[in-house]
Design a binder for this molecule. Structure first.
Ligand code: G3P
Ligand code: CA
Length: 268
């Protein structure tokens, strides 16, 4: 297909539930995966970080303060950084009540727990390595968890898994360690730099605010490390008008807190 294949062919962008279906259930919890599955959404995004004792957990901020009750449980541990708490301490936290009391008791999942829940529904995973500069070696460790869960052995792993990051070095490391895994770079690199990115990333994933049809076409004109045109998944699009706009630009995927709204607007 041509660079502007999605727009030209009428192909619909895939819809990705951002942090799970995070408009309707607490972000990055198993409940948010359940909600995405209930909505019939088969791509789920998450954020991976590391605890003090080396466990990979799924949480967005580098502090636990916003999305858990850590301030009540550990009042003397400000600023409540993920990396300053053990996995056992984090497992005690309530990651649901801040969102809605109906979700009281939801936990910060380990990456292993999250992957198993995604697997249960036969969903696909857009895994973000968050703040990689804080966690040396997190790329190898993430791939190890995925391998242990059988995700790297699957014959069509490239259709089921994408590992992305805002850190270009992190994306490159994932590609070097496990070249079969599809990768994504979060950001909007200048077009002149795209050949360098295309050596290690299959996707360039910009904020929708920095997107234009020209930029999408420019990205898609390059081929990535697997010989396919680079893809564009854009974030975080939560309303129908913006979804239709970016679909018109020809994006390959839309990352959204409201996957039902986006799907109704653009299909997918
Ligand atoms: O998947 C893209 C998006 O999640 C990047 O931004 O801050 O929500 O992790 P953020
Ligand atoms: Ca993310």
């Amino acid at each position: 297909l041509s660079p502007a294949r999605a727009a030209d062919s009428g192909a619909r962008p895939v819809v990705v539930a951002h942090r799970g279906a995070s408009a309707y259930a607490p972000e990055n919890t198993l409940a948010a995966v359940d909600k995405a599955a209930a909505l019939g959404v088969d791509w789920v995004e998450n954020d991976v970080q590391r605890t003090k004792d080396g466990e990979l957990v799924v949480v967005h901020d580098d502090s636990l303060q916003r999305t858990t009750d850590v301030e009540e449980v550990f009042p003397d541990r400000a600023p409540w950084k993920v990396r300053d708490f053990t996995a056992a301490e984090i497992a005690r936290l309530d990651a649901g009540s801040w969102f809605d009391p109906a979700y009281a008791g939801a936990r910060v999942p380990t990456l292993e727990q999250f992957v198993r829940r995604v697997e249960r529904y036969d969903q696909k995973l857009l895994l973000e390595i968050k703040n990689p500069q804080l966690y040396p070696g997190i790329e190898r460790q993430t791939l190890k968890v995925l391998s242990n869960e059988g995700w790297l052995d699957r014959p069509h792993v490239r259709h089921r898994l994408i590992v992305q990051s805002f850190g270009a070095d992190s994306v490159r490391t994932v590609h070097d360690l496990e070249p079969g895994v599809k990768t994504g770079f979060l950001g909007t690199p200048p077009v002149a730099d795209l050949p360098a990115y295309a050596a290690f990333t299959d996707q360039v994933n910009p904020s929708h605010g920095s997107l234009s049809s020209g930029y999408v076409a420019a990205v898609q004109a390059f081929r990535g490390p697997h010989g396919k045109p680079l893809e564009v998944f854009t974030w975080t699009v939560n309303d129908a008008d913006t979804a239709r706009k970016v679909a018109g630009f020809g994006v390959d995927g839309i990352i959204t807190n409201t996957p039902d709204v986006v799907r109704d607007a653009v299909g997918g």
